[in-house]
Design a protein around this ligand. Structure first.
Ligand code: PLP
Length: 354
């Protein structure tokens, strides 16, 4: 039995992978999902269902459009200022990790990023909470889950300024109120589907105000009007995302998976705090449920523990190079039994090494 704690891309349930592989061989009348025209009614139905499921599972209110894009979350770092920032304007950014930092870098070409708060000086081990968003900011940008450092935002600011959020690594892992945001974007490849698909949920009224002429492919409005089919969409990624969203719906939706995600995170953090060999790396109140980062009190034991983990089917727990130690990513598809397997191993290891 393998337990995949990897940070991605694309950790999905086995049953979704099976259905997806079947569609590669025969989606309709012996034709592969990869070869049928994306303009057929059958594929248009796939796009429609994917968008419908995103709206349903996230309870997207009216006045918002859901668009399926490409280019990853990284392209959104540029598309956001291109579409929302007037020439020479200023946008407020909360710097909580490398992804936020990369988003900030992209603003320069279009205007100014005002970093309202940053936890960079502590290697992003906490989420700053004391900051002011100037009212003349074109928008405020934050990252809801910091994949590399293992922190998550549990509160979002109330402000008159449009709120933009990169939800790449915790979208659909917990219930959020979409109405609190004006633009949500996410690379699909954690909880939604394979890499190659990016989703954006845009409040229609914020568009068309930057005064900037945009290349068609980088204009949200063009993709909205094109029904996410302005050009050839990433057909396979969308199809697999649809299958995975069906799976999520069959599990009871986001509220149900949130309960499981909470239980998984509570169990693992409890062991990290209890076991004298291990310690968490982040502020307790900001600990992420998706990416659990921890190290060993004695760094010399990290290699042997990693070896033991790999021998026992625990995959992908090596920490990101900028944090070290371990990172157990626990996306929606990871069952709680895998978390129990990791905890058991931590206990066995501690018995041997105390
Ligand atoms: N934002 C966050 C929070 C991420 O975790 C990642 C990738 O892991 C990115 C952005 C970059 O996404 P992409 O590789 O789709 O450009």
């Amino acid at each position: 039995m393998r337990h995949n704690f990897g940070a991605g891309p694309c950790i999905l349930p086995q049953e979704v992978f099976k259905q997806a592989s079947q569609a590669v061989l025969d989606f309709k009348d012996g034709l592969s999902i990869l070869e049928i025209s994306h303009r057929t009614p059958e594929f248009e139905a796939v796009v429609d269902e994917t968008v419908r499921l995103i709206k349903e599972l996230m309870n997207v209110p009216s006045g918002y459009s859901v668009v399926l894009l490409q280019g990853g979350a990284s392209l959104q770092f540029s598309m956001v200022p291109m579409n929302l920032l007037p020439e020479g304007g200023t946008a407020a950014y909360l710097e909580t990790g490398i992804w936020a930092n990369k988003a900030i870098k992209e603003v320069k070409t279009f205007g100014t990023a005002n970093i309202v708060a940053s936890s960079k000086e502590s290697n992003y081990t906490y989420v700053p909470k004391d900051y002011v968003i100037p009212e003349d900011s074109a928008y405020f940008h934050c990252t809801s889950n910091n994949t590399i450092y293992g922190t998550e935002l549990y509160n979002f600011p109330t402000t008159s300024v449009p709120v933009v959020c990169d939800m790449s690594s915790d979208i659909m892992s917990r219930v959020i109120d979409v109405a609190q945001f004006d633009l949500i974007y996410a690379g699909a490849q954690k909880n939604i589907g394979p890499a190659g698909l990016t989703i954006a949920i845009v409040k229609d009224e914020i568009l068309g105000k930057s005064g900037r002429k945009l290349p068609s492919m980088l204009d949200y409005q063009v993709h909205i009007e094109g029904g996410s089919m302005y050009n050839t969409p990433p057909v396979f990624s969308i199809y697999v995302a649809m299958l995975n969203l069906r799976w999520l719906k069959s599990k009871g939706g986001v509220a149900e998976i949130e309960k499981e995600n909470k239980a998984k995170a509570e169990a693992l953090y409890k062991e990290i705090d209890r076991n004298p060999l291990f310690k968490g790396t982040c502020a307790v109140e900001d600990r992420s449920r998706m990416n659990v980062c921890f190290v060993m009190e004695n760094p010399e034991l990290e290699k042997p523990f990693l070896k033991l983990a790999e021998e026992n089917g625990i995959e992908g727990i090596k920490g990101h190079r900028s944090v070290g130690g371990f990172r157990a990513s626990m996306y929606n598809a990871l069952p709680i039994t895998s978390v129990h397997a990791l905890i058991e191993l931590m206990q066995i290891f501690a018995e041997k090494h105390q």
